[in-house]
Design a protein around this ligand. Structure first.
Ligand SMILES: [Zn+2]
Length: 258
């Protein structure tokens, strides 16, 4: 889940979908998604499906999960497209700024048409969480928040493109957070937006470092180890040339200073 740190968050494939009725929701289906809607405009539903399939492919590609095509048939993700912000808030109890939310384990996303920042931020972020957690385990306590949020935010163009600059500024201002300390932060409890943004930027940067320097196959292997061993340091040291978090921290900081 993600707090609202940006009030304005910052291939076109024609998808055919089939229509059917269940209860009072109408249903539109694509390869990996089932969209439930009531009175949402058809062109928005098409756009939603197109974007969702785009991010599904992108997330699987970016992180190396491509060979595991797991959101098929009955296992498809469900998106509930409420008629408007009011209906969305009434159904989900989300605050007024919220453009969408997800129930991870059930692979369900709620939103409403034209919600601000949904396509750019909420959709890729929540899908990133779901795909990653489905792989490493929803109840896996060994997954730190920086890893969870780093993977989820990795899909957001805005935070990804800002990360390098934000980190450079933090280093210059002596505000940079070492990985050891980043691991102690619960992003839900961060009070100010500047600190929250830095947390997400650094989390994205570590994922970027691991994927770019050591490749997607190793990242998958790392995730598999984290899933099976449920031990972060063991999963890191099994795959990467670091015996512990401190060594990863040092290597990442050296990479940043290059
Ligand atoms: Zn999140």
């Amino acid at each position: 889940m993600r707090r609202c740190i940006l009030s304005v968050a910052i291939f076109c494939l024609w998808l055919s979908f089939t229509l059917a009725n269940t209860d009072d929701w109408s249903v539109a289906k694509s390869r990996h998604f089932i969209v439930h809607y009531k009175n949402a405009p058809g062109d928005f539903i098409e756009q939603l499906i197109e974007k969702s399939e785009y991010y599904y492919d992108k997330i699987a590609d970016d992180l190396g999960f491509r060979r595991y095509d797991f959101w098929l048939w009955d296992n498809r993700a469900k998106i509930y497209l409420h008629d408007d912000a009011k209906a969305y808030q009434a159904a989900t109890n989300q605050p007024g700024w919220s453009s969408g939310c997800a129930i991870m384990k059930e692979k369900v996303i709620h939103t409403f048409p034209y919600a601000k920042g949904f396509f750019e931020t909420t959709l890729p972020h929540e899908m990133g969480h779901i795909i990653f957690r489905e792989f490493v385990g929803f109840d896996n306590q060994a997954v730190p928040a920086w890893l969870d949020e780093g993977v989820a935010s990795y899909q957001e163009n805005i935070i990804y493109s800002m990360a390098h600059k934000l980190i450079a500024e933090a280093i210059a201002a002596d505000k940079f957070i070492k990985l050891e300390n980043l691991a102690k932060i619960n992003p839900q409890l961060i009070k100010d937006d500047v600190s929250a943004l830095l947390f997400y930027a650094e989390a994205v940067s570590i994922i970027d470092y691991l994927v770019k320097e050591f490749g997607k196959d190793n990242f998958i292997l790392f995730c598999q180890n984290l899933r099976d061993k449920k031990d972060l340091e063991r999963a890191i040291s099994y795959v990467y040339p670091f015996r512990n978090i401190q060594e990863l921290d040092r290597a990442w900081q050296e990479y940043l200073s290059e």
